[in-house]
Design a protein. Structure first.
Lengths: 271, 283
């Protein structure tokens, strides 16, 4: 592959993933996925549960390996990219370490990567400022609300300036109001860092509000049903949610999902 | 403190709001422990009254007041005896817990070890360990504290090992994947995640093991040993129908168990200031 300005940060080439071993039934989670993601993009993976969107994210992050096909990240295989620490990850649960203060949690990856202490602390301050938790640096995770915990997780993921931010339903456990607030914050952070983001969600408005491209997936077997460009103007904010074009995009995505469900005649009806 | 302020010439005495000082702390502590204190005192009063009313003979159940008097009288003997036994219990505890934690680390790291070792450990645990006391006396010599320490060590080994293994392996999968995403090495996973995760499990095992080690030391002394030991003292006094003396020694044994517990509790607070069970206390 030639290295050029438009070379994809993530190249997913003919990737399939099947689960199950021995004589048990094999479940095909993903079938022949092809997808390129370029630098600075905000891509949402959207679909019903069981469509393999989380599995796809985990394949990109080398938390699981494909049955066939390959994932290239920054031009190298995903395992190499993981070893090179190209990924910052945020899961549905904040998975903060109880025994570390907020600041120490943010410093965890930096500690593992052996950054000097002064640099770690400075970086943690900077990150906490970014997620607006400066005053909470010395508190412990259990003293924070769910939304604040997730902000710490985002600060931690960005602390070592990875080229990719992989987010697996990061706001799925939050209430609706907190969720919308966090979406704004995330766009704000993305605007400042310009990190490439891959964001898994099953919420259509969330995908449309955040992403520049929405990859719509369908289940059994998991595959890409279609990709919808969301060209809503940025910066997006409260007004975006009331913009007719926002609703238009939501309808567009919903149509695609519905078409997929009813398309292959009653395939999922008895499942 | 207020005197110093008054002593400054030309200044009005400053009325400072009393900080949560000794007095306030004392009354707060009193309020907290009052129910326990009331129950304890009521227990002693009932005991004393029951012995008097039902005319229970002193060799069946001595009065608490008699036990207290004997306790003070016998202090020069039972305190050194208690310290001797405490040394056995403490030494055995340290040996047993250290070996258990090391074994747990190895077991958590190499599954094959766990599969081979666990059935054996369960078998050892099913053995009434104090039954080994005469054999240990034979191995190490009846007056050698090592004979008792080895009983204590075997006694505490199993609960500590099982709990530590559980703490090392029952780790949140998300937290593990997080470290994987940083390409963290095995030692980092152990130091940053598995060990801190295991600490609460380990401390609850240490508390059980602390009580076990005092039991183990005293009961194995019943099978003979140095004259200056608490278990020997209890069995000898009981044989001579000196039951008040035996009870006085049991008070010392109780104090030893409590001391163990408090030391472990303090270590726990110091090592894990974050832990949930301590959150209520540190407001």
């Amino acid at each position: 592959m030639s290295v050029s300005a438009s070379a994809p940060v993530i190249a997913i080439q003919g990737v399939s993933k099947a689960f199950g071993h021995g004589s048990g039934p094999r479940v095909v989670a993903l079938e022949n996925i092809n997808l390129d993601i370029v630098a600075g993009e905000f891509v949402a993976l959207l679909g019903p549960s069981g469509c393999g969107k989380s599995t796809l994210l985990r394949l990109i992050g080398d938390l699981t390996t494909p049955t066939s096909g390959q994932v290239l990240v920054n031009g190298k295989p995903a395992p190499q990219a993981r070893r090179d620490r190209d990924y910052g990850m945020v899961f549905q649960q904040a998975t903060l370490y109880d025994w570390r203060s907020v600041s120490q949690n943010v410093q965890l990856p930096l500690e593992i990567m052996r950054y000097p202490r002064a640099q770690r602390e400075a970086r943690a301050r900077e990150m906490l400022q970014l997620v607006k938790l400066t005053d909470f640096a010395n508190t412990y995770p259990w003293q924070l609300s769910g939304g604040m915990q997730q902000r710490v997780a985002i600060a931690r993921a960005l602390s070592f300036a990875p080229s990719l931010l992989l987010m697996d339903e990061p706001f799925g456990a939050l209430d609706e109001m907190t969720r919308e607030h966090m979406q704004l914050e995330l766009l704000n952070i993305w605007g400042q860092t310009r990190t490439t983001v891959v964001f898994v969600t099953h919420s259509i408005p969330e995908a449309v509000f955040l992403a520049s491209r929405v990859v719509v997936m369908s289940a059994r077997p998991g595959r890409v049903a279609g990709i919808i460009d969301v060209d809503l103007p940025r910066p997006r904010g409260f007004d975006t949610r009331e913009d007719p074009r926002f609703f238009q995009k939501i309808t567009e995505v919903r149509e695609l999902l519905r078409h997929e469900e009813t398309g292959p005649a009653g395939a999922g009806a008895t499942a | 403190m207020s005197q110093r302020l008054n002593a400054v010439p030309g200044l009005e005495p400053v009325a400072l709001p009393a900080p949560a000082g000794w007095g306030a702390r004392f009354s707060a502590g009193l309020r907290r422990y009052l129910p326990a204190l009331v129950v304890f005192v009521a227990f002693l009063v009932l005991w004393e009254a029951a012995v008097a009313i039902f005319k229970i003979e002193g060799f069946i159940l001595p009065r608490p007041s008699v036990i207290a008097a004997t306790f003070i009288e016998e202090l020069p003997i039972i305190i050194p005896a208690g310290l001797f036994t405490l040394r056995e219990a403490g030494g055995g505890f340290l040996i047993g817990c250290s070996l258990a934690v090391l074994m747990a680390l190895a077991t958590a790291r190499w599954t094959i070890l766990s599969e081979g070792f666990m059935p054996f450990a369960i078998m050892v645990n099913a053995t009434p360990i104090v039954a080994l006391a005469p054999i240990m006396n034979n191995w190490f010599g009846i007056t050698n504290p090592m004979a008792k320490m080895s009983i204590v060590a075997i006694l505490v080994f199993f609960p500590v090992m099982i709990n530590t293994v559980r703490g090392l392996t029952l780790v949140d999968s998300g937290a593990l994947e997080l470290l994987r995403s940083y390409a963290a090495g095995e030692f980092t996973v152990l130091a940053q995640l598995r060990l801190p995760n295991a600490l609460p499990f380990m401390f609850s095992a240490f508390k059980v093991a602390g009580a076990l080690s005092v039991i183990g030391a005293i009961v194995s002394e019943y099978f003979g040993g140095s004259r200056a030991a608490l278990g020997i003292y209890i069995s000898q006094q009981a044989a001579l129908f000196h039951f008040a003396e035996a009870w006085a020694a049991i008070i010392v044994a109780c104090g030893m168990g409590l001391a163990f517990y408090i030391v472990i509790l303090l270590a726990e607070r110091w090592l894990m200031p974050w832990h949930a069970s301590q959150r209520a206390a540190d407001d």
